[in-house]
Write a protein that binds this ligand. Structure first.
Ligand SMILES: *Cc1c(COP(=O)(O)O)cnc(C)c1O
Length: 242
């Protein structure tokens, strides 16, 4: 065992994951969906490896997300990643594609045609096919990454022509909203986009994942069709940035 029963933080990680799973299940059932159709990703940015390993080994976490290439590469050798899927969820610069592509199972944060092309080019070189999600800046905020809506729809044809990538779905971070109705409007819009694009059968698109919902809003996201929630602080506690 790598856990020590004296360490309250290990215990709270276990309890948090249990509670979040049951809230996700409740929200799914209320929406007429199956609890097992929603995956829980543990977002591990700034989290020390022993807590991540605890979540993996003792709490059934089989999907982790990291934001930064360098941080993931520096932690990965100490992580117990057998049977665990790793996704990059933070903004990726094209010059770091080469480093991260062989290391992760999916890049969720593809926010430009240029980045999609860079991933495709590198995947061709490596002789692999890369799975990606397209990140949509659903609130049209200047401060956020993600395709803006107009550019997004215009880029789909070109993205679908790229070799060696499979577009598995969409990802978003909604704006901070004053009220639940406004937040749900963004989630609902994403769900509509997801279904609309899925129905069009673009080549190289295989839509299965709608990634939305974080610590503060996963229940609402599940209500509006999210099937992958990305939860960090509600699992591991507040982040301490160095
Ligand atoms: C940090 C982060 C999360 C998790 O945020 P919490 O509010 O701590 O749950 C989810 N998605 C992305 C893209 C992130 O950067």
């Amino acid at each position: 065992m790598i856990t020590s029963s004296c360490d309250e933080r290990f215990i709270s990680v276990s309890e948090n994951i249990k509670r979040i799973r049951s809230e996700i299940a409740e929200s799914a059932v209320k929406a007429g969906r199956k609890p097992e159709d929603v995956r829980l990703m543990a977002v591990t940015k700034t989290v020390a490896v022993e807590y991540i390993n605890h979540a993996i080994l003792n709490c059934g976490i089989d999907l982790i997300g990291e934001n930064k290439v360098q941080e993931f590469l520096s932690k990965k050798d100490e992580l117990r990643l057998d049977g665990v899927e790793k996704h990059l969820i933070g903004h990726l610069q094209t010059n770091k594609v080469k480093k991260i592509l062989p290391e992760v199972d999916m890049i969720q944060s593809v926010d430009s045609l240029r980045l999609a092309k860079a991933i495709s080019d590198e995947a061709v070189k490596l002789g692999i096919s890369s799975e990606i999600l397209l990140e949509v800046n659903i609130g049209g905020e200047d401060s956020k990454t993600g395709f803006d809506k107009a550019a997004f729809f215009e880029s789909l044809d070109e993205i679908s022509s790229l070799p060696s990538i499979t577009v598995k779905g969409l990802m978003t971070i909604p704006p901070i909203c004053d009220n639940t109705a406004e937040l749900e409007k963004y989630f609902s819009m994403m769900y509509d986009y997801y279904n609309e694009i899925k129905s069009k059968n673009f080549s190289n698109f295989n839509f299965e994942i709608l990634s939305m919902g974080m610590s503060g809003d996963y229940s609402q996201a599940v209500k509006y069709g999210s099937n992958l929630v990305r939860v960090g602080s509600a699992i591991f506690g507040a982040r301490l940035y160095k």
